[in-house]
Design a protein around this ligand. Structure first.
Ligand code: ADP
Length: 248
């Protein structure tokens, strides 16, 4: 199962991704988390990304494409993943198509969390206020001015992906303004209808528990043929020769 969660900052992608991790034992790949880890570790990518992120702009496509490509090649991501925060531009989506096509894989669904922008700003502002009141550290880009810039970046660079994935027939929209449990229910409804529907793992399994991936791995052999066949039916964009150079 390979999924994308699409929506503006504060739409609840991370919350829903964590729910899916716990329920289905999928791996969450958040480019925001990966970049923050790189910044913290002071790697060359982190040093390149730090100021860009603090200003609410987007890190260059080749940088994020490289980190995603490396990450989805890791063993825990082979059986599937949830992309949260990637792709964020059309060139990133094209690079992802090429990566997947190279491995004979396809996306199962792109889930758009539809939200109202004014409510979103209020949501993030109250989250910032709550965290400040609890004395918790804020992200450098968690402030109202930068948030507006992040929303602008979303509108101009990421929103075109809605049409991109709608054209490919994989876009599914859910109401991101509904309560968290209702959004989760709607997403589960979407997933129940995709060809490679995920199986629920024991609810008591924590997101990072080892049992999740292992348990799921046990049915991989049985399902892999179906998965490959299902993948072939879907429109997989053609691999272009530029793939490697853009990714590297
Ligand atoms: P948000 O809470 O805004 O959804 P994320 O945690 O996903 O934020 O990302 C934080 C910042 O990291 C973004 O504002 C951007 O600077 C950078 N970033 C994350 N993912 C990408 C990406 N796919 N492409 C470019 N920049 C990214």
């Amino acid at each position: 199962m390979r999924l994308i969660l699409l929506g503006p900052p504060g739409a609840g992608k991370g919350t829903q991704a964590q729910h899916l991790v716990a329920k289905y034992g999928l791996v969450q790949l958040s480019t925001g988390d990966m970049l923050r880890a790189a910044v913290k570790a002071g790697t060359p990518i982190g040093r390149q990304a730090q100021n860009i992120m603090a200003q609410g702009a987007l890190v260059p496509d080749d940088v994020v494409v490289t980190i995603v490509e490396q990450r989805i090649d890791q063993p825990d991501a082979r059986k599937g993943f949830i992309l949260d925060g990637f792709p964020r531009t059309v060139p990133q989506a094209e690079a992802l198509d090429r990566m997947l096509a190279k491995h004979g894989l396809a996306l199962d669904a792109v889930i758009e969390l539809k939200v109202d922008e004014a409510a979103l700003i209020r949501r993030i502002e109250s989250r910032i206020a709550e965290m400040t009141a609890r004395g918790e550290a804020l992200r450098p880009d968690d402030n109202p001015d930068v948030l507006r810039r992040r929303l602008e970046a979303y509108r101009s660079q990421t929103e075109p992906l809605i049409a991109y994935y709608r054209r490919r027939g994989v876009l599914r929209s859910v109401d991101g303004m509904a309560p968290i449990t209702e959004v989760a229910r709607q997403i589960e409804g979407v997933l129940a209808n995709v060809a490679d529907a995920p199986r629920s793992v024991n609810r008591s399994v924590k997101p990072k528990a080892k049992a999740g991936p292992k348990r799921n791995a046990s049915h991989l052999g049985k399902k892999s043929k179906t998965r490959r066949r299902a993948s072939r039916k879907r429109p997989v964009p053609k691999v272009r020769s530029k793939a490697r150079s853009e990714a590297g």
